[in-house]
Design a binder for this molecule. Structure first.
Ligand SMILES: [Zn+2]
Ligand SMILES: [Zn+2]
Ligand SMILES: [Zn+2]
Ligand SMILES: [Zn+2]
Length: 541
């Protein structure tokens, strides 16, 4: 049986704990960001548990599979026509809508889905509890119920022209060969004694009757109907199953608009699947052939006032996890000193150690610095938005990331130049290995074999890209090593990924391009695309 509930007289205690949960959430965000966790206090709170009304509209529709068999062999319910079967199947939905077993099956199905199917997109499923067979018995279309059909061989006459005389009743006289005359021994002629001069003799097959009994119908004129197996009937069998079409909807008229707003903010489906509301399924109602499964979601919303270092901040909390859905972006002010330190760091290496120390006093700044040594700015921004919802403005978060990025670039400026030098040498070595050894000729030979020689330039460009990539990675590796030394232990995280290459990464591109062109020029033989390009600008070598 599915669990059908009633609205409780009093919401559970859990609903009234959300101000404490929200306080914890805020304390967690502010702790280490210029505020200590115990400086975040709950001053005032008022929790109301709202009912979110919703319903699952259930329609049951038949699915038919049909089959035929010969004879009068009905199974299940016998009805006169196919139309009557369809009408009965549709009408059956009303019976199903009132069937307790069907309610139980649908309820179990809904309850199995996450969030008890609350907020689910329209879906359908097959109803196991409903199955019906129908039969419609029709007269055989071929014989129209007679079980026999007119014989085609004899055209229903029962007899056929004699095959011995082609229906003439006589055959040619075997003595005179139809001449009617016989020749005597002396050569004179006389009328045939066998046929008395007629030249004909009576057909022995039909005894002169001209017709014979039809062998196909044994003279009956009719043959058994094979379509209906001599029964005169066809039975059409209709196998009916029903499927459920379920559509979820919020009952907006029965729910306070501001509560709907909160539900939509949390996400209608997530309200249930993430456990923001306590979801109850109430007793089903039947409206003609439709079944309505009502839901009631109990959603706590609290108006609170926090005190942070003595200053009060109003906020709104929603859902059983006490999520803060409204609060001013108070963290901006608290981490401002950390961001100022980043701004100064981004301008040069003056007093770097002291500035790093003062920036790293803030957890959020440390997280941004750690993130940027392994990930892109976009990635770090997304992470920040998830970890500090509402309490930091977008503008402030983006500025923090921008200055942190600039500060990291400034801090590892020297090592990045060294990385570029090492990377350029490595790229040059790779180009030399390709252009000044038989390597390129071997590649060309292989490509000619594959009829791809016109794409040799693409391979050359790939070699450039490889060298360029090596230079950029060298810059990043040198920057990562340097940052590991400069940044305090609290910023180090066990994540993979390298910091941005910055200006030196971009400069690596033209440098490797020049190196690549030089090696292409001095390769033996010289790269043919380079020769023809030089010829085009008037240089013949
Ligand atoms: Zn028939
Ligand atoms: Zn016949
Ligand atoms: Zn004869
Ligand atoms: Zn005959």
């Amino acid at each position: 049986m599915s669990r059908l509930e009633q609205l409780p007289p009093e919401p559970a205690e859990e609903h009234f704990l959300i101000p404490l949960k929200g306080t914890k959430e805020l304390a967690l965000m502010l702790d280490g960001n210029g505020v200590k966790a115990d400086q975040v206090r709950l001053v005032k709170h008022d929790t109301q548990v709202h009912v979110v009304h919703a319903q699952m509209l259930i329609e049951m529709k038949p699915d038919m599979t049909t089959s035929q068999r010969s004879g009068n062999q009905p199974v299940g319910k016998t009805l006169p026509t196919k139309e009557a079967v369809m009408a009965d199947a549709v009408a059956r939905a009303i019976v199903l809508a009132n069937d307790a077993n069907v309610h139980a099956e649908i309820g179990e199905f809904l309850d199995k889905k996450p969030g008890r199917s609350f907020g689910e997109k329209p879906f359908r499923f097959k109803l196991a509890a409903a199955h019906e067979q129908y039969s419609v018995v029709d007269k055989c279309l071929k014989c129209n119920g007679a079980t026999t059909n007119p014989c085609k061989t004899c055209n229903a006459s029962g007899s056929a022209p004699c095959t011995g005389c082609v229906g003439n009743g006589f055959t040619q006289c075997p003595v005179c060969y139809a001449t009617g005359q016989q020749q005597r021994a002396d050569g004179s002629r006389m009328p045939c004694t066998k046929c008395s001069g007629t030249g004909r003799s009576m057909c022995m097959t039909c005894q002169g009757q001209k017709f014979l009994r039809c062998a196909v119908c044994a003279g009956q004129g009719r043959t058994s109907c094979t379509e209906c197996d001599r029964t005169g009937f066809w039975t059409h069998i209709f196998d009916a199953h029903w499927h459920v079409e379920a559509t979820f909807e919020l009952e907006r008229k029965m729910t306070l608009p501001e509560v709907i707003e909160v539900v939509e903010l949390l996400g209608v489906q997530k309200t249930a699947t993430e456990g923001h509301a306590e979801i109850l399924r109430l007793v089903p109602e039947v409206v003609t052939d439709k079944l309505i499964l009502p839901y009631a979601g109990l959603l706590p919303v609290a108006q609170v006032e926090f005190s942070v270092i003595g200053k009060t901040h109003p906020a709104v909390l929603a859902g059983l996890h006490g999520r803060i859905i409204e609060i001013e972006p108070l963290l901006d002010t608290y981490i401002k000193p950390g961001v100022s330190a980043l701004v100064k760091l981004s301008k040069g290496p003056m007093a770097a150690a002291a500035l790093v120390a003062s920036a790293c006093r803030f957890k959020l700044v440390r997280q941004v610095l750690a993130g940027l040594t392994h990930h892109s700015k976009g990635h770090v921004y997304q992470k920040l938005k998830n970890e500090y919802p509402l309490v930091v403005t977008e503008k402030f978060a983006k500025a923090t990331i921008r200055y942190a990025d600039l500060a990291l670039l400034a801090l590892a400026e020297g090592p990045r130049w060294r990385g570029l030098a090492v990377g350029a040498v490595a790229a040059a070595a790779a180009y030399a290995a390709y252009f000044t050894t038989p390597a390129r000729e071997a590649v060309r030979g292989m490509m000619i074999g594959q009829r791809l020689e016109q794409h040799l330039l693409a391979v050359d460009v790939l070699i450039w890209a490889l060298g360029c990539g090596m230079a950029v990675i060298a810059v990043k590796i040198f920057a990562a090593k340097a940052l590991k030394k400069i940044l305090p232990q609290t910023v180090q995280v066990k994540e993979h990924g390298l910091p941005a290459a910055g200006r030196q990464g971009w400069i690596g591109m033209p440098i490797t391009l020049v190196l690549w062109l030089v090696f292409a020029f001095f390769s033996q033989p010289r790269a043919e695309w380079l020769t023809s390009a030089l010829q085009k600008i008037g240089i013949n070598l």
